[in-house]
Design a protein around this ligand. Structure first.
Ligand SMILES: Nc1ncnc2c1ncn2[C@@H]1O[C@H](COP(=O)(O)OP(=O)(O)OP(=O)(O)O)[C@@H](O)[C@H]1O
Length: 253
C-alpha cells in the first residue's frame, strides 16, 4: 500500500490562456526523495509554486498529510510542516550563522520580536540552533558572519534554517545550482542525511545528483508528466531522451 504525504490530482495552471501545467497527478511517498526534472520551461517551478500555494491552481486538488490544502495559505502549509527551502531561508547576511538559525527557530515558535530579544529566550534556542548547525556540518562556523561563508556552506545554512521549522516535507529548489563539483558532493551527502527521517521533493537540474539521490523521478515536459519512476527506468525512456535532446540539461548530466 502506498503512503503519500503529498498528493496532487489534476493540477493545472493557465497563464493568460497559456497552459503552463496541465492535469498533473503527483504522489510523493512519505520518507522518500522525489525529484522533479525536465527541460527549461517544462513547468517545474510552476508545480512547486502550486504545491506551496504561492500561486493558485486553475484546476485540481492538493492533499498534504491527509488535509486538503488546495486553498490554504502558504504560511499555514509551512506551519503544518511542508517547508520550501527559501521560504524562511532568506539568510540575514550580516548576522552570524548561529543567529540566523536562532531567528528561524524563533519564527517557528511564533514568538514576537521583543520576546525574542530577551536573553532567556535566546539562550533556550541556543542549544537547538547548535544541534542544527552540527547536523549540517556548520558547528565550527557558528560565530562566522553569514555573508563570509563560502557558497556551498551558505546552502547548508539555508538547509539548517529550513530544518528549524521542523519540516516533515522539505521542498528544495535546485539545491546544487551554481556549485563546484566538490560542493555538489557535499550538499548531496547533506540532503541524503537530512532525508533520513523526512520526505524531500526537489527540483534539480543536475542529473547526477538526481540519479544518486532520488527514489522516484517525475519528468515534466511542456507542463505534462512525460515519465515517472526510478532513475534507471526514466533515463532509458525514449520519450525522456527525446525531450532532453539538445537541451541545456544534458550538459549538466
Ligand atoms: N507568471 C507567469 N506568467 C506567464 N507565463 C508563465 C508564468 N510563470 C511561468 N510561465 C510559463 O510557464 C512555463 C513553465 O515555466 P516554469 O518556470 O514553471 O518552468 P521550469 O520547468 O521551472 O523552467 P526552468 O527550468 O527554466 O526554471 C514557461 O513557458 C513559462 O514561460
Amino acid at each position: 500500500m502506498t503512503d503519500a504525504i503529498l498528493q496532487a490530482r489534476g493540477l493545472s495552471k493557465t497563464f493568460a490562456g497559456f497552459s503552463a501545467v496541465s492535469n498533473i497527478d503527483l504522489d510523493v511517498e512519505r520518507g522518500s526523495i522525489h525529484a522533479l526534472i525536465g527541460p527549461n520551461g517544462a513547468g517545474k517551478t510552476t508545480v512547486f509554486n502550486l504545491l506551496t500555494r504561492f500561486i493558485t491552481p486553475s484546476a485540481g486538488s492538493i492533499v498534504y498529510d491527509g488535509t486538503d490544502i488546495t486553498r490554504a495559505k502558504p504560511t499555514d502549509i509551512a506551519n503544518r510542516g511542508m517547508v520550501r527551502s527559501f521560504q524562511i531561508s532568506a539568510i540575514f547576511p550580516h548576522l552570524s550563522v548561529l543567529d540566523n538559525v536562532r531567528v528561524a527557530l524563533q519564527r517557528h515558535l511564533g514568538l514576537s520580536y521583543h520576546f525574542w530579544r530577551s536573553n532567556k529566550v535566546l539562550d533556550s534556542t541556543n542549544e537547538r540552533a547548535m544541534a542544527l548547525l552540527k547536523e549540517v556540518g556548520l558547528a565550527e562556523f557558528a560565530g562566522t558572519t553569514a555573508v563570509e561563508l563560502a557558497y556551498g556552506r551558505k546552502r547548508a545554512l539555508e538547509i539548517a534554517t529550513t530544518l528549524a521549522l521542523d519540516p516533515k516535507l522539505m521542498l528544495l529548489d535546485e539545491p546544487t545550482q551554481g556549485m563546484s563539483a566538490e560542493d555538489v558532493g557535499k550538499v548531496t551527502a547533506l540532503i541524503r542525511q537530512v532525508a533520513a527521517d523526512r520526505t524531500i521533493l526537489m527540483v534539480e537540474h543536475n542529473l547526477k545528483v538526481v540519479s544518486t539521490l532520488a527514489d522516484k523521478i517525475t519528468v515534466l515536459n511542456r507542463g505534462e508528466i512525460l515519465a515517472e519512476g526510478p532513475y534507471a527506468q526514466v533515463s532509458k525512456d525514449p520519450a525522456v531522451m527525446e525531450a532532453y535532446m539538445g537541451s541545456a540539461e544534458v550538459a549538466h548530466g
